[in-house]
Write a protein that binds this ligand. Structure first.
Ligand code: SAM
Length: 293
């Protein structure tokens, strides 16, 4: 069986929202109550003891820190946008990664945060308000319908974190407790549908003329939503001048070895790392924004 009980010894992570508070002040404040230390790999990410309850903590309530897992915090860090860039977050609500991008860009430049679902777009706006970011433009609409040669033709980086099965997250991994007739066939159909959307969205991202970096991520553990999606767009990526780069080369768990180059991909383990995430980084060859290429 896929499911294993969550490892309760995993730390609790918070990301310091450096638009509102610096890391040293956050360490000082949190250190009054908890044992806290820097993550060491992701800038601005702090580790606290397992099960630390921060939901009503003043720093959370005022947007100075965000409770955000390590795997989720890797995604914007891998895109690594610099202050002044124009960045598109293609599928952005509830906006955890959007406001992380804003912090990495030190509030300078522009982020277009696209979200299809109206209610979720409201949650995105709440997250942005809480973060204090002022350089994010919310676009309520369909990413697939954005004309790559239109008003956003200048974006140089895209974060694509599309709808996925969520099979790498703890709540989804409890699915095995449901009666079996609710899974299997429905699951296969659902996965095929999600994968078809993910491929379309990634191909669309690869078609923006000025884009030099694209991160594709999911919180799924399924090959069909991860390696298969990346593999399917490789011919297009290559003909548009992109190649896969290796996010966090020191990270051990890489993509499933199902095609040549899958060692560039990054996976996190749903049990060991608490969440099963997948990250792929495409970079334009020969571009100044891409030290990896
Ligand atoms: N990146 C977000 C974060 O870290 O908070 C999570 C994004 S969630 C996995 C995917 C989002 O994509 C959902 O809110 C969904 O409504 C939205 N979405 C799905 N299809 C879309 C489309 N065609 N265009 C824009 N957004 C879409």
């Amino acid at each position: 069986a896929l499911y294993q009980p969550p490892d309760i010894t995993r730390p609790c992570y918070v990301r310091v929202n450096t638009l509102k508070l610096d890391v040293d002040s956050a360490l000082h404040e949190l250190g009054k109550q908890f044992k806290v230390q820097k993550d060491g790999m992701i800038p601005h990410l702090l580790m606290l003891p397992p099960h630390t309850d921060l939901h009503n903590h003043s720093l959370v309530l005022n947007g100075s820190i965000f409770v955000q897992g390590k795997a989720s915090s890797m995604v914007a860090a891998v895109l690594d946008p610099k202050p002044g860039w124009e960045v598109l977050d293609a599928c952005s609500a509830p906006g955890n990664k959007t406001v992380h991008l804003a912090a990495l860009m030190k509030g300078k430049g522009k982020i277009i945060a696209c979200e299809l679902n109206k209610d979720r777009a409201k949650r995105l706006e709440d997250t942005i308000r809480l973060s204090g970011a002022t350089n994010i433009e919310v676009m309520h609409g369909d990413f697939l319908k954005i004309d790559p040669k239109g008003p956003f033709s200048k974006v140089s980086a895209i974060l694509l974190d599309p709808s996925c099965s969520g099979s790498g997250t703890a709540s989804q991994r409890l699915d095995h407790l449901l009666p079996s007739h609710t899974t299997d066939v429905v699951d296969t159909q659902r996965l095929n549908k999600l994968a078809a959307f993910q491929k379309k969205a990634l191909a669309h991202a690869l078609s923006f003329p000025a884009v030099e970096r694209i991160v594709y991520s999911t919180c799924s553990i399924n090959q069909i939503e991860n390696e298969d999606v990346v593999n399917s767009v490789l011919p297009l990526a290559t003909s548009n001048g992109f190649q896969l780069a290796t996010p966090f080369p020191q990270w051990q768990l890489r993509g499933l070895p199902v095609f040549e180059g899958s060692e560039h991909l990054l996976r996190t383990d749903p049990v060991k790392d608490k969440e099963g995430f997948f990250i792929a980084l495409f970079v334009k060859k020969g571009s100044v924004k891409n030290p990896e290429a």
